[in-house]
Ligand binder design. Structure first.
Ligand code: SF4
Length: 239
């Protein structure tokens, strides 16, 4: 009998409408090496959680929602960083493709196994890639890590044919200005197969989690991003 890999899941959303096309099951996976200052899911950082499932159990769960997701929807793996559990994710993706389910990963392009990345992308229909910053110094300031791993991911994704959505969180006083968007326009020229670029307004809904986990919140005092201003900036995007 086949032994299925087991991994850690944070939570599941069954009627996701924003993380990929149409209605989707969103699987929030556990674990992330980055420490983004604006992260609203610090409870996913740890690799281990109470919910340990096998790849087959995850796919069985997704299949239950088939009537909702088969009209152009599918499953999106988010987190945390879904690539952090690379071999577990790969096995789930293979089973999903076998079952004819559209697959998407919502990733920061880090935490992956270099050995498995190419195969993971082979079984992924859509990649939603979060751009944290476009320059090394700012990237380090925001995430606490070097941009090297992300740069390798960019190289790899450009060698593949996955459809790509790019996302950037807009934070007041950090990147909420036209000059940044013009630089972003230059930066995104390096990606092929870009279908969509979205600016996400920074919000403070995760602050309570930091208090509970006794983690210092680094953006203390910064107001949520004005949604209208964010939409105005989005109009300046070119891709
Ligand atoms: S990559 Fe995502 S989960 Fe990881 S710290 Fe950044 S925002 Fe949080």
């Amino acid at each position: 009998m086949k032994r299925f890999k087991k991994g850690y899941i944070h939570s599941v959303e069954t009627m996701g409408l924003v993380d990929g096309p149409n209605i989707r099951v969103i699987i929030f996976m556990q674990g992330c090496r980055l420490r983004c200052s604006f992260c609203h899911n610090p409870d996913t950082w740890n690799r281990i959680s109470k919910t340990k499932l096998s790849s087959k159990e995850v796919v069985d769960l997704i299949r239950k929602y088939r009537p909702y997701i088969e009209q152009g929807g599918g499953v999106t793996f988010s987190g945390g960083e879904p690539l952090f559990q690379s071999s577990f994710l790969l096995e789930i993706l293979k089973l999903c493709k076998k079952a004819g389910i559209h697959t998407c990963i919502d990733t920061a392009g880090t935490g992956y196994s270099k050995r498995l990345l190419g195969e993971i992308l082979k079984y992924t229909d859509l990649v939603i890639l979060d751009i944290k910053a476009i320059e090394e110094s700012q990237y380090k300031k925001i995430t606490g890590r070097s941009m090297k791993e992300f740069d390798y991911f960019v190289k790899k994704i450009n060698q593949c044919d996955n459809k790509l959505w790019l996302r950037q969180v807009i934070v007041p006083t950090i990147n909420d200005n036209e000059e940044y968007i013009y630089k972003l326009n230059e930066y995104i020229k390096r990606f092929k197969n870009v279908e969509k670029v979205e600016l996400l307004p920074y919000h403070t809904m995760g602050i309570e989690k930091y208090k509970k986990l006794k983690i210092k919140y680094r953006l203390e005092g910064i107001e949520p991003m004005n949604k209208e201003k964010c939409k105005e900036l989005e109009k300046l995007l070119k891709y």
